[in-house]
Each structure stands twice: as C-alpha cells, then as structure tokens.
Design a protein around this ligand. Structure first.
Ligand SMILES: [Zn+2]
Length: 212
C-alpha cells in the first residue's frame, strides 16, 4: 500500500509554483511577496501553526503530532540574487537585475512538497517544522530568525531535535543535499551565492537548472 509519494497533479502544481517563484524573484530583505505566496501555499495544508515575519519576511509552518517527541526542522530560503537572468525560457525572471539563480525557488517548492506529504500522513510523534528563511544570500537572515526566540520557541526544538538545510552547493539541481544537524543556524555562515560572488557572476543559468 502506497503511503508516500506525490501524485502527478502534485508534480504539475508544484512545478507551476516553482516557475511562478522563478518569474518574480525578490532579493534579501525584500521577500514579502514570496513570503505571501508561501503562506498561501501552506494554508491549505493545515499545519498546526504558521508563523510569519520571522527575522524579516521569514515563514515557518509546524506540523505537530501533539505527542511528545523530537522536532525536526527543514530549511529553505526565500531570497533570490541581484543578478540578471538571461535566457529564453517561458518562466525567465520578470524582474530586471534579479533572478533565482541559486535554486531557492526549487528549495521552497521541495519544502512545500514535503508539507503536502505531512498534511496527508501526519507524523506519529514530535513535530516537523518547515522554515522558509529570509535573507540567506546576504548572511543576515538566519541570525535574525534565531533572534526571535519568543515566537520561534513555538516551533523550535526543545530537547531532542535536528535541523537540516537544503543545499545548492553541489552544482547540480538533481543533487540537492541535506546538511546541518541540531542547529537552525546550520550553514548560515556560507550563503549559497558566496562562492559565485568571488568569481565572475554568471548571467543566465547559474547553478540551478531553470529548465526543471
Ligand atoms: Zn542560495
């Protein structure tokens, strides 16, 4: 009996959502519209709680079993890069000088896919938190989110727990990794765009394949 997995309609809808995010990139600290889109996509999944305005425009959704247990947090990022996207894809960035060239649109969509699964197949104990962090590319967002303990405490691991970030470091969109354990700041010292900024910014494809 199949208990997990996404349907074809899930994949169609999620692909369309990722392309929508890709069309309208917002850079660090300006992710209000992206955050609103994420909230609108989370609400039908009926998480136990949705927090907004975390560290700026951050959004978190908690799927809580109501039974004591570990908390596991998965993190994606809301912001795009201040780089012009140049290609002829239908969903090319509509915002001059800004583009989702680091794959954060894909990361966000992956977390929403996970949210769909959690909505249909709730965890038996503990809770899962989906964190959509703002301002990842300028390195400010993780610290700002964690500096909001009164509200973050509502979904922060207490006792045992773990936090994972989706990584775009591998250079291939089909090799996403999860990294970081036990600390929601995992990876915050190395923004995804950092290595690229040291070199010549690439206009166009970037690391994340916009064709997917
Ligand atoms: Zn990035």
């Amino acid at each position: 009996m199949m208990h997990s997995g996404l349907s074809n309609s899930d994949l169609v809808e999620l692909t369309a959502f990722r392309r929508l995010l890709h069309r309208y990139p917002e850079i660090s600290g300006e992710e209000w519209e992206t955050a609103a889109r994420i909230v609108a996509a989370l609400e039908p999944l009926s998480p136990s709680r949705i927090l907004t305005g975390l560290g700026g425009h951050g959004v978190a959704a908690a799927f809580d079993s109501g039974v004591a247990g570990p908390t596991v947090l998965f993190r994606a990022e809301l912001d795009a890069l201040p780089i012009q996207e140049i290609n002829d894809l239908e969903w090319v960035s509509q915002v001059p000088g800004k583009g989702h060239l680091c794959g954060h649109d894909g990361h966000m969509t992956i977390l929403l896919a996970l949210g769909r699964l959690l909505s249909r197949h709730p965890v038996a104990r503990g809770r899962v938190v989906l964190m959509f962090q703002p301002s990842e590319e300028d390195g400010a967002g993780a610290r700002a989110v964690v500096a909001d303990p009164p509200r973050l405490g509502l979904c922060h691991p207490s006792g045992t727990g773990a936090a994972f970030r989706l990584s775009c470091d591998t250079g291939r969109a089909d090799e996403l990794r999860l990294s970081g354990v036990g600390d929601p700041l995992a990876g915050q010292n190395r923004p995804c765009g950092q290595s690229r900024r040291r070199g010549v910014p690439r206009a166009g494809g970037g690391r994340a394949d916009p064709r997917d």
